[in-house]
Design a protein around this ligand. Sequence first.
Ligand code: 6PG
Length: 469
Amino acid sequence: MANTYDFGLVGLGVMGRNFILNVADNGFTAFGNDLDEEKVSALIEEGGDTAKVNATSDVVTFVNGLSTPRKIMLLVPAGKVVDIVIENLLPHLDKGDIIIDGGNSFFTDTDRREAYLHEKGINFFGAGVSGGAKGARKGPSIMPGGSRDAYQHVKPIFEAVSAKYEGEPCVAYLGPKSAGNYVKMVHNGIEYGLMQLTSEIYDLLKKAGHLTNEELHQTYASWNAGRLQSFLVEITSEIFEQKDDLGDGHLVDKILDKAKQKGTGKWTSQNAMDLGIPVPTIDVAVSMREISALKEERIKADELYGRPTPESVVKKTLVDKAESALYFAFIITYAQGMHQLADASKEYGYELELGEIAKIWRAGCIIRAALLADITEAFKADTGLRNLLLSPSFVGKVQETVGAARELVAYGATNGIPLPGLSNALTYFDAYTSSRLPLNLIQAQRDYFGSHTYERLDKEGTFHTEWED
Ligand code: 6PG
């Protein structure tokens, strides 16, 4: 049985099991490895007698069972486990073999592992995989980064198993080193932003428009049939339909309003701050998960302060404005994420092609949306585009919808309905499109109290003023 399987996969949890079955469905033979015997047996059973899938808990049998150069994907929890698995595999590998980390690893960990393995002649890829369990089984979006030459060995398998958008695979070689993990991190930052926006618009529709769950279901479903078509809007419409099987009513109303997080959104914000890139809609989406965790404090504060009773509105008008505002804020969120990718690419030498990234996000991943076809076009038309808002093809879309965002942000502020994603998107837009901002005053203040100097509009050079005299 030596040197037979085309593809190896370590970590037969939900994602790993689904991914390896997908590989086998696409005509490749695949060998799984997990320390857990139950997971090994479960995969062998699920693979049936196709002879395309097999599994073992023994690492030597696993490595010897793969054709060379070996292509071994890890779908294990990010962090220390990745290092442990690499160390277990290493003594049995040959030069030229390829390890692919398919988890949400922090990009600097990927750089460290890539450098370490490179010295040993092993190729290392960080490849973000998006789409959850169903995506892994039926076609995810895959974001690989690493050696361009080694990618040629992985390419046929990844292209076969990935999601397809109008026949085109949702995978592409993105760049060297941690480029793939970085892109997946920003994907998740955008995911946080879009999720925050869809949930705060739900809050608005419920509190101001008194929409029932059935009406919310219909509303999100109709939006999903239009320009807001996206995976997140689609599943949101389905969530409102779900009845509670443990009691009366709808499940959504019984779910505790504390959102957990595994850290990728926070990493996106932290790194954006480090690089000096403004992504306020993503930042506030992370902050809202943190505020949501303060449930007990929120209950006390609610009793202390209360809130205004929302003024009545015409339901149909509210729904139409919400659709426009959500579309506007989706554009701004993608714009911020793409801007982060553009700047990070320069900083880290990834040489990312933003049109290519938008293209592989059009299907399979969590942030897939009709809008990504337009974003792909915008970045393909101008490969040096700094910000989506500067693309002529987006000016009309934004101008048409920003008015609704203004009205809803004003309504939310007056009526005590928090719309932090929408208001941050609007503020970002207003600031980014202002040729003159009041930050001249900040420069004056800095120079006043700390002699930090300032530049002038009308003269070259650096200036300082003795303000107190
Ligand atoms: C994906 C998702 C996935 C992520 C979950 C949970 O693209 O399939 O981004 O990788 O782990 O969305 O993330 P949080 O627990 O941080 O919400």
